[in-house]
Design a protein around this ligand. Structure first.
Ligand SMILES: [Zn+2]
Length: 434
């Protein structure tokens, strides 16, 4: 139970810092910080934006009373961690957010002065990164400032991590690097946008995510032989095999598995139908054009699996399903599709009754006078790596994933204020104050 006087003082302090909060979001949105590893970007051309944001934030953190550490794990990509030393006897708390953003896409799709304007209008702050997630990052800093300005000192340490690389799972350069550098705590809040399904939902779980590539071999020959390949009584595989035709068999097999997953894969925090899917994002053939029978195809999948699932079992299940269907085709039986697992973004699965969830729950109720909604994250985030590092971590933050990564991204100002208040009272509830 949060003390009524403390609550009143802290919330009033946040209300008094609204302009500062908005400026901080707008100022950081105006610093383009596209992840240099993002597909389609020229690494050296966009490198340095992440560092520029953190160089800007460093004095802001110092002014707030944090001791800062700005360092590069990957050259040209500086992380920033600020530590506010507690007075002792309380639990420590990490706020984690990423400073990289995805590319803006076609500039003509943007209103409000373009992707880097940071325009404040219509009750929103506009621009790439406003929602995902410079709003949350600014909120964490202002939350701590508000607690201090109200005259309270946290008993546990408050650690604010502004890391690089999240948008391309460069966690070794960002969040995991911060943990390895020793920035750990008794609990963590990742300040990613946590809607949908509900404004400022508490997210104790996310799916795991594989990047899977299936390669299907064919046999090249002049395209004029097509009829021999496909007509009954033709010479068939002796002459050639179109890898695209065979890839369609694999596609259909995995589409069928995806339908099964809609029935068989579930988790109590995912109440929308069948969240766990096998998404084909790229399909290739050729590469020599339509006058040669294609001799190799690939299908690139995002495989979203349930938080509680064993990743090795998911792999085995998908591979067995492909192998089973390959048996029903004479060519694929002899030339089985090759499955390659390129990366795995691990899931996280924190009990909604865990202490970190209860603390955020209490803060939410104190700010909004209602019960929070708990939900599994649609996407993945760095809470997975904090949890893997032994730090119980949940996600809650201002913004809606349905406007993230899109033109005319924005964060709603009233939601940003409420999130900041929830962060401030989470410090009170989790760290204790004196
Ligand atoms: Zn994000």
């Amino acid at each position: 139970m949060i003390d009524a006087k403390v609550k009143q003082d802290v919330l009033a302090a946040v209300d008094g810092m609204g302009d500062e909060l908005l400026d901080l979001v707008a100022d950081t949105v105006r610093i383009p910080s596209v992840n240099p590893n993002y597909p389609g970007e020229v690494y050296d051309e966009v490198l340095g934006g992440e560092s520029a944001v953190n160089e800007f934030l460093r004095p802001v953190m110092e002014d707030a009373g944090l001791t800062t550490d700005l360092w590069e794990e990957d050259k040209g990509r500086a992380n920033l961690v600020g530590v506010y030393k507690g007075s002792g006897g309380g639990k420590s708390l990490i706020f984690n957010g990423h400073v990289d953003v995805v590319p803006p896409g076609p500039l003509e799709d943007w209103d409000h002065g373009g992707p880097w304007s940071g325009e404040i209008a219509d009750g929103r702050i506009w621009g790439r990164g406003s929602c995902d997630m410079k709003g949350g990052n600014a909120g964490a800093i202002v939350a701590l400032k508000a607690v201090l300005a109200a005259g309270y000192r946290p008993q546990g340490d408050v650690i604010i991590q502004d890391v690089v690389g999240e948008e391309m799972m460069n966690h070794e350069a960002g969040t995991t690097a911060a943990i390895k550098r020793g920035y750990k705590a008794d609990g963590a809040i990742v300040v990613e946008p946590s809607e949908p399904p509900a404004r400022l939902a508490i997210i104790p779980a996310s799916p795991g995510l594989f990047y899977m590539v299936v390669t299907i071999k064919g046999k090249a020959v002049h395209a004029s032989m097509r009829a021999e390949l496909i007509r009954a009584g033709g010479l068939g595989d002796e002459v050639g095999v179109n890898s695209i035709d065979k890839a369609v068999l694999v596609y259909n097999a995995l589409r069928q598995l995806e339908e099964e997953w809609g029935q068989t894969k579930s988790h109590p925090l995912y109440t929308r139908p069948g969240h766990f899917t096998l998404h084909p994002g790229v399909i290739t053939g050729g590469p020599s054009g339509p006058f040669v029978i294609s001799d190799e195809s690939q299908i690139h999948y995002a495989v979203w699996y349930p938080p509680q699932a064993d990743p090795e079992e998911i792999k085995a299940e998908v591979e067995a399903h492909i192998a089973l269907h390959a048996q029903s085709d004479p060519w694929l039986r002899k030339h089985p599709p090759k499955v390659e697992w390129r990366l795995n973004w691990p899931a996280f699965d924190v009990d909604p009754k865990a202490p970190i969830c209860r603390a955020v729950h209490a803060a939410y109720e104190a700010v909004l006078g209602a019960e929070p909604v708990y939900y599994g994250f649609a996407a993945v985030d760095d809470a997975a790596f904090l949890n893997l590092g032994g730090i119980p971590a949940v996600t809650i933050g201002p913004g809606d994933l349905r406007v993230a990564h899109a033109p005319n991204e924005f964060v709603d100002i009233s939601e940003l204020m409420d999130a900041t208040k929830i962060y401030a009272l989470s410090i009170v509830e989790w760290c204790g104050v004196k």
